[in-house]
Design a protein around this ligand. Structure first.
Ligand code: G4P
Length: 527
């Protein structure tokens, strides 16, 4: 047990989120360099859709090819084991990102100093805030002209709804950028472009009135830094780790990822303050990481790119106990025991077979179709992990089978793609027609392409006038009968047989809610 606790204490499992282009890939790469996980820059391929790519979904295929390698990047740093979980950058894949965020214990948000808080960051941070995930903010690209630091912190507080406290503060920016003062460690870090940071560039300054500041920064910047840091201590709360861990206050760092500047400071502080693996909520009870028995859940499924090999990798987040290779575990949904002979760990881009893994770790399980997102594995206890919802889709199309000879392949393909969480599928109650619902429009192209290439099935889409799908539950059977009679043609079943209301417009949804107050409408599959 002591050994388990020791392993737990070492782990830091987190995700980096940002609006595309803020510098997520660059920061990830620099963190991996510090962790010794990669030897050279350029080793981490960006997972964003390249600007000007000929076709978005071909780009997605390219991206899918590299995203197994970058799904989880693990490395050791200062006797800690750091697990970085990659999140897709494109907005149409926000749902994948939300799901990945269920498997992390904290988050680093990257913000471009010139652009400030952008749309996608707002959405992602909202989810983290709801879950009280501890957040660190890294303001990137300080080597460029951008927004004033204090204005930016105001913007973060306002748009992201976060309370912040700066742990470093920049001296100038853009052409005038001279460095950052690390408030946490009371050190001035002098900037030199292109990451040629040497130990001499770090000055221990516990008193900012020290004249060395004027010497190193010039009198004007030194004055500015003194004034600004003084003002900040009056405005922002002193850093308190408890507040950060409770998700109440977010520490902020400034730097320039491309120049490798401020990144080590971020990492050093991160491994010190970031949470160790946190408890997880199940429908039955709270699961603590240091429980003796193993438990975990699947948060992501990645299909093999090679159509000849239909196997997939299911990503398992370990929540409690010790996961062991070749040991029987209970697949709760299927009520069957499974063991894994080749579970893989992800140390940077290398994959290797693991004998055992601990809470906070992510293990890749080869799967021939047993898993879907949200599935739990335990040593026998029936646990259903919560917080891995399906989101109410907003775009819909009818699916028509264009090759009746390939009906079986189509069925199988759709089934597996839905298990991967690419989209959601509904069958209407009246006509039995298949409708696919997605959060983003790109998924339709992806599904069509993958059905053709991986399953040999051919589909065409047909528009359907729908605006929202929501899950329906009820206690009052009579009320339901009445609702069903009146709204039969708007009802469908999802893949698991749950009842779904397909609304033509927000008005029609509103009317249904008003006319049938006994019926409950849910916008995620978890209510
Ligand atoms: P993302 O994953 O969040 O989408 O961003 P990514 O790291 O790919 O960075 C987006 C662009 O911003 C890249 O330039 C990258 O070089 C640049 N960048 C990252 N950090 C900094 C920084 O601290 N300062 C400056 N000035 N630029 C930074 P690009 O031209 O789009 O790509 P590339 O051709 O340089 O790879």
């Amino acid at each position: 047990m002591a050994e388990l606790q020791e392993e737990i204490n070492k782990r830091r499992t987190f995700g980096i989120v940002s609006h595309p282009d803020a510098g997520k890939t660059t920061l990830t790469e620099k963190l991996l360099l510090f962790g010794g996980a990669i030897q050279e820059a350029g080793a981490v391929k960006s997972n964003k859709i390249k600007k000007g790519a000929t076709s978005d979904f071909m780009e997605i295929e390219r991206q899918r090819g590299i995203s197994v390698a970058t799904s989880v990047m693990a490395f050791d740093y200062r006797n800690r084991k750091v697990n970085i979980l990659d999140t897709p950058g494109h907005k149409d894949f926000a749902e994948d990102t939300f799901r990945t965020l269920t498997a992390v214990d904290s988050v680093i948000v990257v913000i471009d100093v010139a652009k400030g808080v952008e749309a996608q960051t707002e959405k992602l941070v909202e989810v983290c805030r709801m879950r009280k995930t501890p957040i660190i903010v890294f303001i990137n690209k300080m080597d460029r002209e951008g927004k004033d630091g204090i204005d930016l912190l105001d913007e973060i507080e306002e748009k992201l709804g976060l309370k912040v406290t700066p742990l470093s503060w920049p001296a100038g920016m853009g052409q005038r950028f001279k460095g950052v003062y690390n408030i946490y460690k009371e050190e001035l870090l002098l900037f030199s472009p292109h990451g040629k940071q040497v130990q001499d560039d770090i000055l221990k300054i516990s008193d900012l009135s020290d004249p060395i500041l004027d010497e190193k920064l010039g009198p004007a910047l030194a004055k500015e830094l003194r004034e600004e840091t003084e003002m900040m201590t009056g405005v922002y709360p002193k850093f308190n780790r408890e507040d950060y861990l409770n998700g109440d206050v977010s520490p902020v760092f400034f730097g320039s990822a491309i120049n490798n500047f401020g990144v080590k400071e971020l990492l050093d502080c991160f491994v010190e303050i970031a949470p160790t693996p946190l408890p997880r909520i199940t429908e039955e009870r709270e699961v603590l990481p240091n429980e003796k028995n193993f438990s975990g859940f699947i948060f992501k499924i990645h299909a093999n790119m090679d159509p000849k090999h239909r196997d997939r990798i299911a990503f398992l987040r370990i929540c409690s106990g010790t996961f062991k290779r070749n040991t029987n575990y209970l697949h709760i949904r299927k009520e069957k025991k499974i063991k894994f002979s080749n579970p893989t760990a992800f140390m940077a881009s290398k994959k290797s077979i693991v004998e055992e893994a601990f809470p906070g770790d992510i293990v890749g399980l080869y799967d021939s179709g047993n898993f879907k997102i949200g599935d739990s594995l335990t040593e026998g206890e029936k646990l259903h992990f919560k917080g891995i919802p399906s989101f109410s889709p907003e775009q819909f199309r009818f699916v028509n089978n264009m090759d009746p000879m390939k009906s079986k392949q189509l069925e199988k393909g759709l089934d597996q793609l839905m298990d991967e969480g690419v989209a959601q599928m509904f069958k209407t109650e009246t006509t039995g027609r298949i409708i696919i619902g997605t959060v983003g429009a790109l998924q339709f192209d992806v599904i069509q392409y993958r059905l053709q290439h991986e399953y040999g099935a051919s589909v065409a889409y047909e528009p359907v006038g729908l605006n929202k799908a929501c899950w329906v539950t009820y206690d009052d059977v009579e009320a339901y009968k009445d609702f069903r009679k009146k709204r039969m043609r708007d009802l469908a079943k999802d893949k698991d047989g749950n009842l779904v209301f397909l609304a033509e417009s927000s008005w029609s949804l509103k009317m249904a809610q008003e006319n049938h107050p006994e019926i409950e409408f849910h916008f995620t599959s978890e209510g």
